[in-house]
Design a binder for this molecule. Structure first.
Ligand SMILES: [Zn+2]
Length: 405
């Protein structure tokens, strides 16, 4: 079974190398813009991949600083530009446009994996060669198929360099050959994404985490945001931001990226643990974009509980539930398990012991008490919902596996 995965690592660059890579990123973006300019100006009959390729080669000859971008990365810009048009023609995306200097994420492609000459230096460090920049070290956090472990089926096929708040990263495209997995022998579990706890399991346990930023970091973030708002008042629209404001924005972006990185780390650890333990995981099939819609309403018909809803929205978005589900799905599939999405309505109101939804059953946010006369089941509200999800998932699975189908 062939498997394609991405793996991201932070590059340890000298300031000279970082500057050179910034130049490559800017050149790649400029090349895209030149290409777009040429494409929309050219008569329709002359628009072709070959003609665009000729235009790119000409531009690289005429504009000296475009030469900092390796030829293969330039070819990749052309491929992606053409791909963007194909996506547009086939109705998957809107038409490609110019890339602005401030809002575009800088990226440079290294389409051939063998050009990188990746090797492992020590337990925690690896080394690779970036075209036109030279040898660069990176944190080794995953077993990559390099050196003796690389062959036709197991190898790094290519990579992309991307600039984020913490600096330049490399995203490897890794291809591996894995044996088809044995069926998972673990149990069935239902998971509810709670508001009080991040993940509540039907076995009564929870998966929790602290805040992503320390109190000191949260204070600093608030101070920086206030400072940015103050500096913004002195800006003239249409003109470049002051360097102080830009620096403040960078500091804010770095703190937010730190929070995201810690959240991702927790998600990866938690989902790996869940996929190792359980064979079938049931989750609610939620449409998150609908859930986090603002409650503000219109001027004529203002919404109710706008502030509370906004707080809830931030909690939901901060939890990145969609990503947790995505990670769980592929990690379970790797181990021979299954993810089952079950319809959401009523899971928090129904009693998981008697199966009835009795009016007034859910008393508080944390506690569930069944009001049915003969039942009286009491449990944590999130656990009760998780148990309902488990029942629904169990029915869905037995429906799939029953001999009649
Ligand atoms: Zn009941």
């Amino acid at each position: 079974m062939k498997r394609q995965r991405g793996h991201k690592a932070l590059l340890s660059l000298t300031s000279e190398q970082a500057r050179k890579l910034d130049d490559q990123g800017h050149a790649a973006r400029t090349l895209w813009n030149l290409l777009h300019d040429w494409w929309v100006m050219a008569p329709k009959c002359r628009r072709s991949l070959a003609a665009a390729d000729r235009a790119i080669r000409q531009a690289r000859k005429e504009i000296a600083w475009l030469g900092v971008l390796p030829a293969q990365a330039a070819q990749q810009v052309l491929k992606q530009y053409h791909r963007a048009w194909v996506n547009c023609w086939e109705g998957r995306a809107s038409a490609p446009n110019f890339k602005s200097r401030i809002r575009t994420r800088m990226a440079v492609d290294v389409p051939q994996g063998r050009d990188l000459q990746v090797k492992r230096l020590s337990r925690h460090w690896g080394q690779l060669c970036i075209p036109k920049i030279g040898l660069v070290r990176f944190r080794w956090t995953k077993a990559l198929p390099v050196g003796k472990r690389a062959d036709k089926l197991n190898r790094i096929t290519g990579a992309r360099l991307v600039k984020e708040a913490h600096g330049w990263h490399i995203v490897f495209r890794v291809q591996t050959e894995v044996p088809g997995s044995e069926p998972h022998t673990g149990a069935l579990v239902g998971i509810d994404r709670g508001v009080v706890v991040p993940l509540a399991l039907s076995d009564g346990t929870n998966r929790e985490h602290g805040p992503w930023l320390t109190p000191g970091e949260t204070d600093r973030l608030r101070r920086l945001e206030k400072a940015a708002a103050r500096k913004r008042r002195h800006c003239t629209p249409g003109e470049r931001n002051s360097s102080r404001l830009t620096r403040t924005y960078d500091q804010i972006a770095r703190l937010r990226a730190t929070a995201t990185r810690r959240a991702r780390d927790w998600q990866h650890q938690t989902t790996t643990d869940l996929a190792d333990t359980f064979a079938v995981v049931g989750v609610e099939d939620l449409a998150i974009t609908n859930m986090i819609k603002s409650a503000r309403g219109t001027a004529e018909a203002p919404g109710k509980h706008v502030r509370q809803k906004a707080t809830l929205n931030r909690a939901i978005a901060g939890e990145a539930w969609g990503r947790t589900v995505e990670l769980l799905a592929y990690k379970l599939a790797d181990r021979g398990g299954h993810l089952v999405k079950v319809p959401a309505p009523g899971t928090s109101l129904r009693c998981s012991a008697c199966g009835f939804t009795t009016p007034g059953s859910r008393e508080t946010q944390a506690g569930f008490v069944c009001k049915a006369a003969s039942c009286g089941y009491e449990d944590n509200a999130d656990t009760n919902a998780a148990r309902n999800i488990k029942h629904a998932a169990g029915q869905a699975v037995s429906g799939l596996l029953s001999p009649r189908r």
